[in-house]
Design a protein around this ligand. Sequence first.
Ligand SMILES: Cc1cc2nc3c(=O)[nH]c(=O)nc-3n(C[C@H](O)[C@H](O)[C@H](O)COP(=O)(O)OP(=O)(O)OC[C@H]3O[C@@H](n4cnc5c(N)ncnc54)[C@H](O)[C@@H]3O)c2cc1C
Length: 388
Amino acid sequence: MRTQVAIIGAGPAGLLLSHLLHLNGIEAIVLESRTQAEIEATIRAGVLEQGTMDILNNAGVGARMQAEGALHHGIELAFGGQRHRIDLTELTGKAITVYPQHEVIKDLVAARLAAQGQLLFEVSGVQLHGVDTTTPSVAFVHRGEAARIEADFVIGCDGYHGVARPAMPGQGRQDFKRDYGFGWFGVLVESAPSSDELIYARHERGFALVSTRTPTVQRLYFQCDPADHVDNWSDDRIWAELHARLENDDGWRVNEGRIFQKNIIGMRSFVSTPMQSGRLFLAGDAAHIVPPTGAKGMNLAVSDVALLAQGLEQFYRRGSEERLQGYTAAALKRVWRAEYFSWWMTSLLHTFADATPFQREVQRAELECVVGSRAMATALAENYVGAF
Ligand SMILES: Cc1cc2nc3c(=O)[nH]c(=O)nc-3n(C[C@H](O)[C@H](O)[C@H](O)COP(=O)(O)OP(=O)(O)OC[C@H]3O[C@@H](n4cnc5c(N)ncnc54)[C@H](O)[C@@H]3O)c2cc1C
């Protein structure tokens, strides 16, 4: 097989990139290890910045997002028994949209299939070859048959555990990591939303988040030991923990409902640089991870591939590699801002096992400054909506 761009991974990054390339008349083949049904059912992110919405709308895949997504003009910070609203729109003129990542995936898959795009599901044994030449290739197995794609470029959109990053030449690489030592216990619940806006709660027992996915499905999280196991948590124990952490003085309570999914995710920050070597480029979680506190992961995946699409368009239309050469520098500017914000939100809202009483008081004082100072609230709001 021969194509212009071989893309590994059909997450938001890989699917959107293949669609943006298609709109520019550039051929791509996407290789995905899971089934279509699996990628369309993986419930993950849900907060879209305005810039992400603009990219999806301009690519012609935003109709359902506009119809079904929920525009949020604020978030709430809860601590000390009280809730405090951060008015995102009043402070920044912008808002965020809650529209689940798996719905974005469905929209992108539908658009790719409608355009006869090449999406190969259930591939295995993906191996990259010749990425430091102008004729890279990808070997893999599909439907029991060994196959190979010859391409001009290979783009690794295969997430944190994929094969593309390990295939990067080791020389000159630098990885930046922070492991927070705690995780998030996430549940999906069948119920009406408990709140019109997301609630980020800091409590002595640990952080909790009231988020939403659709009018009938809610996403709730609470800070936990990353080595804990979901089997240790009965539904009753989960609700008791959520009520304890989210309780406040005005009698508001989180809505209970049938819990139909439980999972634990570790909290880490990670950046691998450079995001390119020869004809191999990384985008999205393959190159960087943020703790979900800042709701930036999917937004970064989208902004990476928007940059890559521009670079590839310039290459094929004008024969210039200038934008592609500048990809790492351009992407990292935004990546590091998101890393900073996600780290800051995480530090502000979680309990740390090694925190001294002094550090706990400073954390509480910082939260009071954020909700009491327009300047600090604006800084949070600008970062949250991706205003700069
Ligand atoms: C529980 C959770 C909650 C989150 N909440 C938010 C949020 O609120 N807001 C936000 O912006 N972000 C959030 N994120 C992060 C967001 O989901 C990710 O940043 C986003 O999925 C990254 O997209 P991606 O396309 O780079 O990678 P992925 O979505 O990980 O896609 C990679 C794809 O590559 C495939 N793949 C992997 N290896 C191979 C291989 N060897 N061969 C072929 N295919 C392969 C995988 O099957 C997968 O489909 C959350 C993440 C999690 C886990």
